[in-house]
Design a binder for this molecule. Structure first.
Ligand SMILES: Nc1ncnc2c1ncn2[C@@H]1O[C@H](COP(=O)(O)OP(=O)(O)OP(=O)(O)O)[C@@H](O)[C@H]1O
Ligand SMILES: [Mg+2]
Length: 475
């Protein structure tokens, strides 16, 4: 898929324009020669900060495709230029050139949205060309994806997926959306079941009617029944007025029964009747109500297993499972991850007017190899958090924090509490771990270790003694 998205814009006929911003004419000339040796590129030279900014803020068709900027220029330096670009929403990728020893500046540059940076003096001239190539390819991929995700604001367009299994699902939805057939969407948590239900409704001829969602797991049996089918005044304690149920509300539209596997036998029986006869009674009433409702149900349980275990009615299962859509887990469609990341970067901007945050290659790789137990929802949460951590700028590998990394410690404590571990013991474990770590980090220098833990040397040594840690750090 990636290949298909890489356009052929940077060909010899139409070379990519690379802006070289540097106040040193000799270095500019050197870079021009180096870059233009590759016929796919042509260089625009800018000798000062203001000149560079003018070039970057030109009309869109005159802007360069990429800018290579010296971080230190008089009047307006590379960081200030990035700042202006951010303010004005100028989306030209920038590679900053810094001098050795200015790592903090480089980090700041990346946070400000630079696409990459190079340190000078260049160790290897190929590195310059490789970095340019890499940034341009990423940019084109990104633009290609943006192009695909804009356009009609149909909910189906908001669904990302080009994995063959997903394409198959989209085809199924396209085929069945306009029929009245009941659909059962299955799949693990966070795989997009609710999104599919919305897509089915929106692609159907009922789209002008309501889409009513009911979470069957959220309500106890008595309330669920009255929620679904309504009740008459006085039909049970607390039923002070007549209440129309969700099935009535969904007339001429779609009802989405989420977590349908959680229904109790009583509700299952009533639901079966609606599906068979398209009619039901309100709780406490004997007059049947007829409705024209399309049913889409979802569950993360394996309903066949539930049927075998006699927790779910087999006849209801067959009524629901007319059209079956199974959402594959994210780890089985890793090829979709970059496009999903891009989609969520677009969806979750730092502020409504912020440009889309960028993401480093190694951060993207970390996302691609993760196992995703929480599927697409987990990915969405992680991107949301990374955008906040990077303040909407450039997401690096450190901004990508998985749930298990973040909470391992908390989970550990929770487990210990469940196992009835006394508080005293847990605290002792933490103290021991802290002391041993401080000793390791200080190379067994008690003074440094004590300082690190905010203790006096005496207190530190007393702690060691109490915990049975010998001077050389052995427990
Ligand atoms: N293919 C996709 N493209 C874009 N966004 C997606 C996709 N799949 C899921 N999402 C997003 O991920 C989040 C979780 O999806 P959704 O609520 O549909 O999952 P679910 O299967 O119903 O989860 P659960 O079983 O936990 O209820 C939503 O914000 C949804 O918009
Ligand atoms: Mg759901």
């Amino acid at each position: 898929m990636a290949e298909e998205l890489i356009t052929t814009r940077h060909t010899a006929e139409q070379p990519a324009r690379i802006l070289v911003g540097d106040d040193d004419a000799g270095l500019r000339e050197m870079l021009r020669q180096l870059i233009e040796e590759d016929e796919r590129y042509t260089v625009i030279e800018c000798g000062s900060g203001p000149e560079t900014l003018e070039c970057l803020t030109a009309d869109e068709d005159k802007r360069p495709d990429l800018a290579l900027l010296d971080i230190r220029m008089p009047e307006l330096d590379g960081i200030q230029i990035l700042q202006r670009m951010l303010e004005q929403g100028i989306d030209v990728p920038v590679i900053l050139m810094t001098n050795y020893g200015s790592a903090t500046v480089a980090i700041r540059a990346m946070q400000m949205g630079a696409a990459d940076y190079l340190t000078r003096p260049f160790q290897d001239l190929d590195e310059v060309l490789i970095t340019i190539e890499k940034v341009l390819r990423y940019e084109q991929l990104k633009r290609g994806l943006e192009h695909r995700s804009t356009g009609k604001a149909e909910p189906i367009d908001r669904i990302v997926g080009s994995d063959p299994a997903m394409v198959q699902i989209f085809k199924t939805i396209g085929r069945v959306a306009r029929t009245p057939a009941t659909v059962l969407v299955t799949g693990d948590t966070g795989t997009g079941k609710e999104l599919m239900a919305e897509a089915i409704h929106n692609a159907s001829d009922r789209r002008s009617g309501p889409l009513i969602k009911v979470n069957c797991a959220a309500l106890p049996e008595s309330l669920l029944e009255s929620e679904l089918f309504g009740h008459e005044k006085g039909s049970f304690t607390g039923a002070l007025t007549q209440h129309k149920g969700r099935f009535e509300a969904a007339h001429k539209g779609t009802i989405f029964l989420d977590e349908v596997g959680e229904m109790t036998p009583g509700t299952q029986k009533k639901l079966l009747r609606v599906l068979q006869e398209r009619e039901f009674e309100r709780v406490g009433s004997t007059s049947p109500i007829q409705v024209d409702v399309r049913v889409v149900a979802a569950t993360n349980k394996n309903l066949r297993d539930e049927v075998l275990a006699r927790r779910f009615r087999e006849d209801l299962f067959f009524r629901l499972n007319v059209i079956a859509i199974h959402m594959p887990p994210l780890r089985e469609r890793r090829g979709d991850i970059p496009a999903l990341v891009n989609h969520f970067l677009d969806k979750h901007r730092y502020s409504p007017s912020s440009p889309q945050a960028r993401i480093s290659e190694d951060a993207m790789e970390k996302l691609t190899i993760h196992d995703w137990p929480g599927n697409v929802r987990e990915l969405e949460n992680i991107i949301q958090r990374a955008v906040v951590l990077s303040r909407g700028g450039f997401i690096t590998i450190d901004h990508v924090v998985f749930q298990n990394e973040l909470n391992r410690y908390v989970l550990d404590v929770q487990q210990k509490v469940r196992d009835n571990t006394p508080l005293e013991e847990m605290v002792r474990d933490v103290r021991r771990e802290a002391i041993l770590t401080a000793l390791r980090l200080s190379d067994h220098d008690h003074e440094r270790a004590a300082r690190q833990l905010g203790l006096s040397v005496e207190d530190f040594e007393r702690e060691c003694q109490e915990l049975g840690i010998s001077v050389d750090g052995a427990a």
